[in-house]
Design a protein around this ligand. Structure first.
Ligand SMILES: [Zn+2]
Ligand SMILES: [Zn+2]
Ligand SMILES: [Zn+2]
Ligand SMILES: [Zn+2]
Length: 479
């Protein structure tokens, strides 16, 4: 602990142990919005490869990959990445190569992550890889496992996974219970590695980052540059404050967020947003409840005392339980059809089903409903794939209105949505609008992502181009 304090102290941080929270990360200096609080390489990580997606083990790139010829499990983009990963993969490759072909298919990313965790510990114990305070298996030992909170089914699953890890490693002295416990630790403490646009690429364990606690109103954000994790302040953080990030999507009502946190992380959040009980009744009725029968009314609905339906809190109109139920059933039926009967690539059919769902949700849900917003996000995605820019723009603008409500600034998702909007406006030749959207994107993303990544450089270049075009248009008008 003392050695760790010495390491983080130079970065203006301190590790503390609070009785109600366990370990947490505190600041010992002020941090400004956008300032990097912490950067860390993973202790171990793996790409989320599957039968359909492959990424390089070294850099997570997905293009021009070659399989490791020996084990046929791991992919590399070239010899540089293969060499940089070789120390650890040499042992892993031997172990994987011993498996029958069928068994190799069972080696999922989570199994590989655990195998690599043990191999890294071995290499550090045998001094083939140096150990430092922040780069050591001791960190894994200090993590809380929540094994006691797991249900029978989960315990059985972890036991089976531990058996497979044992089978792969073939170490006679290995402790199966410890492996199962480590699976439970990784489930609460490993982080999903995302690209700049927050699309998941893999999973990694970042020991110091895992000390940071959750808040539904976090003062910091975790992003990744390749495999390195970067934690940045999203607001002014004064000296002596606790650093917090969001473990879950913070868009939901308090009940929804609490449920997600309890199920995956086994704690009850007591952040400022979670303890405001009064506001939440209204907020959850807006985000997850129904709309008023009167189209022109924006009131939110609460269940009536006789449990016959839902009453608008603005105009007093009632919606019956039966009516609500009927629309919910219709939506479920269409969603099922969408899952079952649409063939991949049949965009037209998928769009028409999503539009039917959207129409029903507009009839059923409050205009600021999260489920409606999710449907519109899906429509935006497909319309962009189809290159239907005009309609995509309409949906992108709709989602931004929703995001502004559920992702308070400077939230990376809001910034990314402005970026998408700006790109579509630019494609359609709406230069002035594109400048506005791209400027909003830069304002937010420079805080959450910094300004040095290729991703941000590209965004700023697009904004420059848009400015140049606007002034060209202006000057040609003058002539
Ligand atoms: Zn690579
Ligand atoms: Zn290999
Ligand atoms: Zn909370
Ligand atoms: Zn009303």
């Amino acid at each position: 602990m003392e050695e760790l304090q010495n390491v983080v102290r130079d970065g203006g941080l301190a590790v503390s142990n609070l009785p109600e929270k366990g370990r947490c990360l505190l600041t010992t200096k002020n941090f400004n919005p956008g300032e990097v609080i912490l950067r860390q390489e993973p202790y171990v990580c793996v790409p989320n490869n599957s039968s359909t997606v492959s990424r390089c083990d070294g850099c997570f790139a997905s293009e021009s990959l070659k399989k490791c010829s020996a084990c046929q499990v791991v992919w590399y983009c070239g010899s540089t990445c293969q060499k940089s990963e070789w120390k650890l993969h040499r042992l892993e490759c031997n172990a994987l190569s011993r498996l029958e072909k069928e068994k190799r298919k069972a080696v999922t990313p989570s199994i590989r992550l655990m195998v690599r965790l043990y191999l890294r510990r071995k290499l550090q114990n045998e001094m083939f890889i140096p150990t430092t305070v922040t780069d050591s298996y001791n960190f894994v030992e200090a993590l809380v496992s929540h094994l006691k909170d797991l249900d029978e089914k989960q315990l059985v699953l972890y036991a089976q996974m531990a058996n497979l890890v044992h089978f792969i490693l073939q170490w006679p002295e290995i402790n199966l219970k410890e492996i199962a416990e480590n699976f439970s630790k990784l489930a609460c403490n490993a982080h999903t590695i995302c690209d700049c646009e927050l699309r998941p690429l893999g999973t990694g364990l970042y020991p110091v980052v895992s000390i940071i606690n959750h808040s539904c109103m976090p003062n910091a954000v975790l992003t990744f540059e390749g495999k390195s994790s970067v934690v940045r302040a999203v607001e002014h953080i004064p000296e002596g404050a606790e650093v917090s990030i969001a473990y879950i999507d913070t868009a939901g009502s308090t009940m929804t967020r609490q449920k997600a946190l309890k199920e995956q992380y086994f704690f009850t959040c007591t952040c400022p947003r979670c303890i405001k009980v009064y506001d939440d009744i209204q907020e959850s009725a807006i985000l997850e409840g129904y709309r008023c029968k009167d189209d022109r009314c924006n009131g939110f609905l609460l269940r009536d005392s006789e449990d016959k339906g839902f009453i608008c809190q603005t105009c007093g109109l009632r919606r019956s339980k039966e009516e609500v139920k009927r629309i919910v059933c219709e939506i479920t039926a269409i969603s099922d059809k969408k899952l079952k009967s649409t063939s991949p690539g049949n965009h037209e059919e998928v769009i028409s089903l999503y539009k039917m769902i959207e129409k029903l949700q507009m009839e059923l849900c409050h205009p600021f409903s999260i489920s409606l917003m999710r449907t519109q996000e899906e429509l935006l995605k497909i319309l962009m794939e189809l290159g239907d820019w005009r309609e995509a723009l309409a949906y992108c603008r709709l989602t931004i209105t929703g995001y502004q409500r559920v992702y308070p600034e400077p939230h990376p998702l809001l910034g990314l949505q402005y970026y998408t909007c700006g790109k579509i406006e630019w494609l359609l030749g709406y230069t002035e609008d594109a400048i506005k959207s791209l400027t909003r994107a830069v304002d937010i993303l420079r805080i959450t992502h910094g300004t040095n990544s290729p991703f941000m450089k590209e965004l700023m270049m697009k904004l420059d181009e848009a400015h140049a075009e606007a002034s060209y248009n202006l000057s040609s008008k003058d002539e």
